[in-house]
Design a protein around this ligand. Structure first.
Ligand SMILES: Cc1cc2nc3c(=O)[nH]c(=O)nc-3n(C[C@H](O)[C@H](O)[C@H](O)COP(=O)(O)O)c2cc1C
Length: 304
């Protein structure tokens, strides 16, 4: 019999806390692991020495397993790859490319590698490169997105590979968890729904904007420049899209958004900041503890 995701991860719930650059710190990953899911430190916004520090913090706050997410286009990627191998991080999720170059190094260190994919053809390719599981992320999700929705992506990825598939994108309650299972996933990765957790270290203004948002209040910026990112609509996104349509170059757009995620996360700037969020923002009604969110997603609401 195939092992369950809980058996693979050593968790209580078949849930991975999705990486969120500048948000999913060592403390947040430890809180997710302590609440029964697999916590993930997002290395995307860190320099190598910061990642080392966040790993140290996570280790001091939990005895449970946690993982690290690596964005493969990170300028210090080789150094980050060395750190996670040296620290024997048991689970690595990867984004923005093919981790084949690091596979031997990570496997020798005992790391399991779960690439995030937005297209079935890439899943097949990564299985051949040695991936241990695939995280199939539909474009309902917050952050960087592909073209396919979870409903179409997930069964096609499941049919393409024989390793476990974890669903991401558009999952914020028990119904969506059951749908992901029905489509072939062995578990789920969550992002947006965790932004309004008590433990999430984003500014209160960001949380308030999420609680107010409807499902149609997100937009994908960067489709033309080839860097599509789903965020809450605000003054910044309107100006970004205006510049994009006017023919701004990728460099000009990158310059325009420089530091915008940090402005939202740390300064609570909801007009000029980049409030990354997925379409499940329309389902968020209250600030909840991580343990309650995870329990509700797997088991549903307690009957009244
Ligand atoms: C604010 C935010 C930041 C994110 N940053 C990253 C990241 O650094 N690396 C990554 O692989 N995925 C990132 N993601 C994607 C999440 O890990 C997760 O797969 C996604 O949010 C799941 O879809 P959902 O938002 O519909 O729950 C981010 C998502 C959000 C909402």
């Amino acid at each position: 019999m195939k092992p369950t995701l809980n058996e693979i991860l050593g968790t209580d719930y078949p849930i991975i806390q999705g990486a969120m650059a500048n948000i999913a710190s060592g403390a947040f990953a430890a809180a997710s692991s302590n609440a029964g899911a697999l916590g993930i430190i997002a290395a995307g916004g860190y320099r190598p020495e910061q990642l080392e520090e966040e790993i140290k913090i996570a280790k001091s706050l939990t005895d449970k397993p946690f993982g690290v997410n690596l964005m493969l286009m990170h300028p210090d990627m080789d150094q980050l790859a060395d750190i996670v191998a040296r620290e024997h991080i048991p689970f690595l999720t990867t984004g923005a490319g093919n981790p084949a170059k690091y596979m031997d190094q990570w496997k020798a260190a005992g790391c399991k590698v779960f690439p995030v994919v937005a297209a079935p053809v890439l899943a097949r390719h990564l299985e051949r490169s040695g991936a241990d599981a695939i995280i199939a992320e539909g474009c309902e999700s917050g952050g960087h997105v592909g073209e396919m929705g979870t409903m179409t992506l997930l069964p096609q990825v499941c049919d393409s590979v024989s390793i476990p598939v974890i669903a991401a994108g558009g999952i914020a309650d028990h119904r969506q968890y059951l749908a992901a299972k029905a489509l072939g996933a062995c578990g789920v990765q969550l992002g947006t729904v965790l932004l309004t957790s008590e433990e999430c270290p984003i500014h209160d203004n960001y949380k308030a904007a999420l609680l107010k948002a409807k499902g149609t209040d997100t937009v994908v910026t960067g489709r033309i420049a080839g860097t599509p990112v789903r965020v809450l609509k605000n003054k910044m996104t309107r100006e970004y899209i205006r510049q994009e349509k006017a023919g701004a170059t990728r460099e000009e757009l990158e310059h325009f958004t420089l530091g915008s995620l940090r402005r939202a996360v740390f300064d609570g700037d909801t007009t000029e900041g980049s409030l990354m969020a997925g379409q499940t923002c329309g389902q968020l009604t209250k600030i909840s503890r991580l343990s309650d969110i995870f329990h509700e997603i797997i088991y549903g609401k307690e009957p009244l």
